[in-house]
Design a protein around this ligand. Structure first.
Ligand code: NAD
Length: 306
């Protein structure tokens, strides 16, 4: 079993670190919120007071941070991973960040004697808590193989999808599908409710048919009940749709449905829902239809005529 320095114990990182401890690894964690450090020590891990302290003996360094500025600071910074981890350590970045940052971090790591994998995940908070994440990995095949014990502790599917940055491209494709699915489930709920059909029963039928999806399976009850505690914050999905848009531009391709989904997510932020779960796209669709809280409610077209 291995010595692991784990940076970023948030909604995803905290349960992932717990799985690594239970798998027998020696996990030392650092994050900005002390409650998560207390949880890690209660589970049998060790708390560190800095990135340097967390990684100084590490064979693997794991990062699970919000976005590329945090990952770049934690890895490349003067107080960061490459300045303080033992040469030869393998950095596994589970964060979702832009592919060009993953590539730059991998190049900087290689120059300083570190292997690097971009390994973004899918499966959400529930997948992290159950240790059944789906992991898309970019980097050297030999590093992917070396990291197997880490992947199997936190995930049930882990696939080497290509060179550095390829994991982030697959994750961008994942976020396109997830965002689009939420938007359409939200529209389905608003449609059924507007015509007096019970959306809970309706979505139960959809979940058993061709429209079925993991999102319908896991999230339909919370959406119908308007429970939007994150989960995965709209702010983070907005970040991810920016990665999707940049990747599409780089590839010179059009993603018209993705552009609409990105606008709906941006509208969610603009309407003040950035800290809510991305299933709160339902509130955006309700607002578009005059059916949100504090809205007067829909008027029949003829009533609106002057
Ligand atoms: P989060 O905000 O809950 O957690 C981020 C953690 O990073 C926090 O605990 C914070 O203290 C820590 N952090 C931030 N800056 C730091 C720094 N400089 N040094 C040390 N620690 C620092 O976010 P999350 O929901 O766990 O998401 C993490 C990543 O995983 C993001 O890239 C997100 O897009 C991705 N992701 C999230 C989900 C999800 O469902 N939440 C699913 C798949 C992928």
């Amino acid at each position: 079993m291995s010595r692991i320095g784990f940076i970023g114990l948030g909604i995803m990182g905290s349960p992932m670190a717990g799985h690594l401890v239970r798998a027998g690894h020696d996990v030392t964690g650092y994050t900005l919120n002390s409650a998560a450090l207390e949880k890690l020590t209660a589970e049998g891990g060790t708390r560190a007071g800095s990135v340097a302290e967390a990684v100084r003996d590490a064979e693997f360094v794991v990062t699970m941070l919000p976005n590329h500025p945090e990952v770049e600071e934690v890895t490349l910074g003067a107080d960061g991973v490459f300045a303080h981890a033992p040469k030869g350590a393998l950095l596994i970045d589970f964060s979702t960040i832009r592919p060009e940052s993953s590539i730059a971090i991998a190049e900087a790591g290689a120059q300083q004697g570190f292997g690097v994998l971009d390994a973004p995940v899918s499966g959400g908070q529930a997948g992290a808590e159950k240790g059944v994440l789906s992991i898309m990995v970019g980097g050297a095949e030999s590093d992917f193989t070396a990291a197997t014990s880490v992947f199997e502790a936190v995930g049930s599917t882990y696939i080497h999808v290509g060179e550095h940055g390829a994991g982030q491209i697959v994750k961008a494709a994942n976020q396109l599908v997830v965002g689009g699915t939420y938007a359409l489930v939200a529209e389905a709920i608003v449609l059924m409710e507007a015509l007096g059909v019970d959306p809970g029963k309706g979505l139960e039928v959809l979940a058993g048919g061709l429209a079925g999806s993991r999102i319908l399976e896991l999230k339909r009850a919370a959406m119908v009940a308007r429970e939007f505690a994150p989960g995965f914050r709209i702010d983070l999905h907005h970040k991810d749709m920016g990665i999707v848009a940049a990747a599409a531009r780089q590839a010179d391709i059009a993603l018209p449905t993705g552009a609409v989904v990105a606008s709906l997510i941006a509208a969610g932020r603009a309407q003040g829902y950035g800290a809510l779960d991305h299933s709160a796209l339902l509130k955006v669709v309700e607002n578009l239809n005059g059916r949100g809280a504090n809205q007067p409610g829909p008027q029949h077209l003829s009533e609106g005529k002057q």
